[in-house]
Design a protein around this ligand. Structure first.
Ligand SMILES: Nc1ncnc2c1ncn2[C@@H]1O[C@H](COP(=O)(O)OP(=O)(O)OP(=O)(O)O)[C@@H](O)[C@H]1O
Length: 265
């Protein structure tokens, strides 16, 4: 709880000294080394760090899908234990049900909660339209491109009315062009639907394009190395002076080669 004068501001997500160790061949390996974090309602927070630093593990602990070794997660002020219905997840690779159509996948959550057909169809249609898939309602995932599948995943997450949406490198497997398009889509949807989003990536441009705040994690065991509040106006230009200056600063901090340097090696 943050104190601002006499008023107490409650975080949507609060992590208190979160630690995680895995047992690997009988040895305890610490992956998360003690993370404290407060995330405000409707904030767009990006967890940024090198591959294998523990980002997915942290996200899973927030979702209640992974046991916490030490520390506490609070969701909307309440101590969280296990899966929380107010948390939705969009995964790295598509996790759609292949035997269900686009409509079937998006309405799956409300259907499981017993929402009547007419109501859940209306809602699912709204989110299908919002992610730009109008006309694809009856298609099966096998007939869709990677970007379209991720759109369905996003619509499915929103259709469950979560307060918090966790996105785990959702565009990591897409080609560069589709990735830019999807980043624009997510930004637009977030501007319209305003939820608390925690987005994992190891792509600096993506982080800077989307985030209100970037949390930079150290390599394993992950702790918060630094955080940046990004106040650039939205929608952002990836070639503005301020954007490029921040990209340079963060690149140097985390020493991640740019795409062109990676290719040159
Ligand atoms: N169930 C598990 N048992 C043992 N080790 C695990 C388990 N899950 C994750 N790890 C280890 O924890 C570390 C962090 O993994 P994690 O997937 O959280 O990293 P990440 O930052 O999300 O990686 P990437 O960016 O490559 O997706 C890795 O070394 C991984 O091998």
């Amino acid at each position: 709880m943050e104190r601002t004068g006499a008023i107490e501001k409650q975080s949507m997500v609060r992590l208190e000294n979160i630690k995680k160790s895995f047992d690997v061949s009988g040895k305890s390996v610490e992956v998360i080394g003690g993370i404290d974090l407060d995330i405000e309602k409707n904030e767009f927070v990006v967890l940024f760090g090198a591959g294998q630093c523990g980002k997915t593990t942290l996200l899973k602990m927030i979702a209640g899908l992974e046991d916490i070794t030490k520390g506490t997660v609070y969701i909307d002020g309440k101590k969280s234990s296990g899966f929380h219905p107010g948390v939705g997840m969009v995964y790295q690779t598509t996790s759609l049900f292949p035997w269900l159509t686009v409509m079937g996948n998006v309405e799956f959550g409300p259907k499981a909660r017993g929402i009547k057909k007419e109501e859940r169809r209306k809602k699912a249609q709204y989110y299908i339209d919002l992610v730009g898939l109008h006309g694809f309602e009856k298609h099966y995932p096998v007939k869709l491109s990677g970007g379209m599948c991720q759109r369905v995943g996003i619509a499915r997450a929103y259709c469950n009315d979560p307060d918090i949406i966790l996105m785990d490198e959702p565009f990591g497997h897409l080609d560069a062009q589709t990735r830019y398009m999807m980043e624009e889509e997510v930004e637009k949807i977030w501007a319209k639907e305003k939820r608390t989003v925690i987005f994992v990536t190891n792509n600096i441009e993506e982080a800077l394009y989307l985030a209100d705040r970037i949390i930079i994690l150290t390599e394993c065991p992950a702790v918060v190395a630094k955080e940046y509040r990004i106040d650039l106006p939205r929608p952002r230009s990836m070639v503005s002076e301020e954007f490029l200056a921040l990209r340079e600063e963060i690149s140097q901090l985390v020493d991640i080669p740019r795409e062109s340097e990676e290719k040159a090696v």
